[in-house]
Design a protein around this ligand. Sequence first.
Ligand SMILES: [Zn+2]
Ligand SMILES: [Zn+2]
Ligand SMILES: [Zn+2]
Length: 325
Amino acid sequence: MELRKDPITRSWVVIGHTEEKPLPVDPCPLCSGGDTRKPLLELPAGAPWRVRVLAHHSPLYRIEGEVGRAPEGIYDRMNSVGAHEIIVETADHSRPLSRLSDEEIELVLTSYAMRVIDLKRDLRFKYVTIFKNQGEGSAAEWNHSYAQVTATTFVPRRILYELRASQTYFQQKERCVFCDIVRQEELQKKRVVDSQGDYVAYCPYASRVPFETWIMGRKHNYQFEQPRPGANRRHLAGLLGRVLRRLEQVSPAYHMVLHTSPNTAVNRGEMREFWKTIADDYHWHIEVMPILPAGNKSYALKEVYFNHMWPEQAAEYLRSLKASL
Ligand SMILES: [Zn+2]
Ligand SMILES: [Zn+2]
Ligand SMILES: [Zn+2]
């Protein structure tokens, strides 16, 4: 298994990953007693766990070893060093994230932040991704609610796009593009789905799929894992729960990803250029991409999204749906 870089798109590809021995689904390995290995984290501390973090059983990246950056002619390769973890979001096998209380979702978000902080201490890692697949067609391995964490020796391509765009925007306007988006969406209200405290959920202007929804803070912050003074993560948890409960009425399956600042403690390589203004130009957010059964042309081959639904209509419909627990 190794990482290879496409010299044209500059994206890294994990090559040669094979499933070792897929874990049985029954009994569930994410339930209490299903996995006897020592967890990386359990919350709340000193009480029966409600959220726990385990090393992935069949990791895409290995925690030990050298990064081994090496050329191969004009190409670049490196070892697939990194971390790959599972966040078990509840001890209750039958409850999805959307069915947890605000307090419980807050604990899940706290575990996300704690893993990002911990993994960023390892200066081999340039980026920590937290993502979640749920339901049919999402590549979820178990029905038990869980998220995944990867720490990588490179910054994923989509984050690079965002960093480039937000830095360029900032150089031109001296404003954060994400703050500008939230401001405009709240003025126009056409695509806003819901809000709670300082957090807003909306369908992006150029949504890639029907009902795509982003959640972000109204107040500027580039690092999810370091809340602004006075920030209330319970409000974010409440809003996330409400958004997921709405989305699950149109599609129980979705991908969710947290986009936060890369590891700015890594002071080498091409990323350094971004650190100059990243605290002002980047802004963390959560992206949720529902997986609708049919009707969407494949992105994979054409690299262009075809979304048959107007985001304004998607937001209006989502607003009309029941959001309470
Ligand atoms: Zn389970
Ligand atoms: Zn901002
Ligand atoms: Zn993003």
